[in-house]
Design a protein around this ligand. Structure first.
Ligand SMILES: Cc1cc2nc3c(=O)[nH]c(=O)nc-3n(C[C@H](O)[C@H](O)[C@H](O)COP(=O)(O)O)c2cc1C
Length: 200
């Protein structure tokens, strides 16, 4: 299977990077074709400009590559920290520019865009790995876990990916190496479950 892995974190020694390494290793170990993108390393430009907004296509070569890959991906894995209840801006811009109409979703011909979207992503499964410092009880009761609504409902369900898994690793601040290794093992197991050994 072709699996797109998108990382949105600027610091190479972060726990997010450790998750990305574990994810990519596990996928490759299972024989999958991994399309890995570290958005900061490749200087992904998150700003959508007027011309791109009103056309069906981007002049940005990298955006075109991302659009092509995500359309073809059999699986998608997103990795990022919780920043103000949202993905980092670089990843938000990736969503704006890559998961665009006619790539990730479309509307029926007679629909002016206010109706129900038709998902175009063919990915059989999507996983989101997040990290944060807020304890779960406070995250749910005070903030309402906005990342769950964003990824599950606003993005993956909208684009037709129903088989969705998300894991928020918390709290990163003050966590021991042992705890982090347990979390990395959990990430590997989730990847194994969603993307088992390839037949080819
Ligand atoms: C700009 C910024 C905003 C943040 N906002 C939140 C937040 O809203 N909720 C939260 O629990 N943690 C927040 N954090 C903490 C990060 O989620 C935490 O540092 C990160 O998940 C740790 O993983 P890492 O070591 O891979 O960076 C924020 C951190 C930064 C830098």
């Amino acid at each position: 299977m072709k699996v797109s892995v998108i990382l949105g974190h600027p610091y190479p020694k972060s726990f997010n990077h450790a998750i990305a390494v574990a994810v990519v290793d596990t996928l490759q170990g299972n024989g999958h074709d991994v399309l890995f993108h570290d958005l900061y390393v490749e200087y992904f430009d998150p700003v959508i400009r007027g011309e791109e907004l009103v056309t069906d296509c981007s002049e940005d070569r990298l955006v075109r590559v991302h659009c092509m890959e995500i359309r073809e991906a059999d699986g998608i894995i997103i990795i990022h920290p919780n920043w103000w209840g949202q993905p980092p801006a670089i990843l938000k811009g990736w969503v704006d520019r890559v998961l665009r109409e006619h790539v990730a979703y479309r509307f029926a011909e007679e629909d002016d865009g206010s109706g129900l979207p038709i998902g175009l992503l063919k990915a059989k499964a999507a996983i989101v790995f997040n990290t944060s410092n807020t304890p779960g009880e406070r995250e749910n009761s005070v903030f309402g876990d906005p990342l769950e609504r964003i990824w599950r409902d606003c993005i993956f369900d909208f684009c037709g990916v129903k088989n969705y898994h998300r894991r928020m690793f918390r709290t990163i601040a003050g966590s021991t190496m042992q705890k982090r290794e347990t979390w990395l093992q959990e990430a590997r197991e989730t990847v194994m479950m969603c993307f088992p050994q390839s037949d080819q």
